[in-house]
Design a protein around this ligand. Structure first.
Ligand code: ZN
Length: 411
């Protein structure tokens, strides 16, 4: 999706703020001799920002507004140990709340709802983000935080909460507990707002059916405000995001080039009005795509697909970028096979080969099934894999996702 003139003006405004503050990215821009962008082509040449930069800026190198305007910080912990610290001005907090309010509104939530918030409160952006939006909307927040299922269920019944905000795994756990205790008739939930981690359609159906509620995927990351920068609507065809606050592009994670709308790649986000820590072309490593065209709901906000994984999982086979989630999606459409699979990539006689092992019971014709799967995979990724159907139970069971893809090319 091409950057608009309005968005370009806002980017220029942020570039000026960064330069003036001489913050971490201000220095970088100055060193690169960048003080404005004229066109979409100029914009596409701006350097990316990375999580590593954000760590290098620890603790407050990203701070771009004067200290007296900073009202709080949030932090995301990293695997390397050095956390990322993001400063917020009052306007940033308000903008974030406004975006989150929109999310609730898209989900049909009103000021008459009672919203039970189970994500954590504290340094990270989760709980407090849900809370902010809830208060902006005028709904009643029930700020539970995570865990303590006993207490969660008690409050859920006593207060007749109508909305649950949680991760998909916690929503599933709550659904199971409600079932187990036979307290379904005391539960008044109508909707669930679920943090956008990758979850299967099966799990989604499971939660929706067992609680009898509508589910919405919400997206966000600490570096860019937090949760609430996008949400799915009643048609559940991707998530709308707020293009007056953010510009989102999708790149090929290997080359850094923009991919056409509709194609899978890495989400790169630019904040258009953020003051405390503006980010330009921030690489999220989240895998998704822009959904072209207008949504059936008629809302003018553009859409990204639900997050399909991390770009680190990407494989390059026969010169084509392939993500395990693409294969998984195709396999999920075949009722004849189990949920286990294995992908093996090898290099034989000068050619890359992809073999997909799936499991089925003995009552189907393995040969015709493997042919049908191979055809469907080809239409998804562009080349034909070798599909081998084996008896259920043959493939190794593992909770680790990595064990499902084996790249033998570099052995
Ligand atoms: Zn929509």
């Amino acid at each position: 999706m091409k950057i608009s003139q309005t968005q370009l003006d806002l980017v220029n405004n942020r570039i000026q703020a960064l330069l003036k503050a001489d913050s971490f990215y201000g220095k970088k821009l100055a060193a690169a001799g960048i003080d404005h962008v004229e066109t979409a082509e100029d914009f596409a040449k701006l350097p990316f920002s990375e999580k590593k930069d954000l760590r290098d800026a620890y603790p407050l190198g990203l701070m771009t507004a004067p200290e007296e305007e900073i009202v709080r910080i949030h932090s995301s912990s990293g695997t390397t140990g050095t956390p990322v610290i993001i400063p917020y001005t009052q306007k940033d907090v308000d903008d974030w709340g406004e975006m989150f309010k929109r999310c609730y509104e898209v989900a049909g939530i009103t000021n008459m709802d009672r919203i039970q918030i189970t994500p954590g409160y504290g340094l990270w952006t989760a709980g407090i983000g849900f809370q902010n939006g809830c208060e902006k909307l005028g709904a009643m927040a029930v700020p539970m935080g995570p865990g303590n299922t006993e207490k969660q269920l008690e409050m859920m019944q006593a207060l007749k909460t109508t909305v649950i905000c949680s991760t998909s795994s916690y929503a599933l756990l709550l659904a199971e507990e409600i079932e187990k205790r036979g307290i379904k008739e005391n539960i008044h939930l109508k909707k669930g707002v679920i943090g956008s981690e990758r979850w299967s359609d099966k799990m989604r159906e499971n939660i929706a059916n067992s609680l009898g509620i509508e589910l919405y995927d919400i997206y966000g990351l600490t570096e860019i405000y937090g949760p609430g920068i996008g949400i799915s609507c009643e048609y559940n065809e991707g998530m709308h995001y707020w293009d007056d606050y953010l510009y989102i592009e999708v790149i090929d994670p290997k080359t850094g080039e923009n991919v056409p709308d509709g194609e899978l790649g890495e989400l790169v986000i630019t904040t258009l009005v953020k003051e405390g820590a503006p980010l330009i072309r921030y690489r999220t490593h989240d895998l998704s795509r822009i959904i072209p065209g207008k949504c059936k709901c008629g809302r003018c906000y553009p859409r990204i697909d639900v997050i399909m994984g991390r770009t680190d999982d990407m494989m390059k086979i026969k010169g084509v970028n392939v993500f395990p989630s693409q294969i998984e999606e195709v396999l999920g459409k075949f009722d004849e096979i189990s949920s286990e699979y294995q992908i093996r990539i090898s290099h034989l006689e000068g050619k890359d080969t992809m073999r997909i092992y799936v499991e089925s019971t003995g009552d189907v014709d393995f040969a015709s099934l493997s042919k049908r799967i191979a055809e469907k995979v080809k239409s998804k990724i562009g080349f034909t894999p070798i599909v081998k159907v084996v008896e259920v139970g043959v493939l190794p069971r593992s909770t680790k996702k990595t064990a499902r893809v084996i790249d033998e090319r570099f052995d």
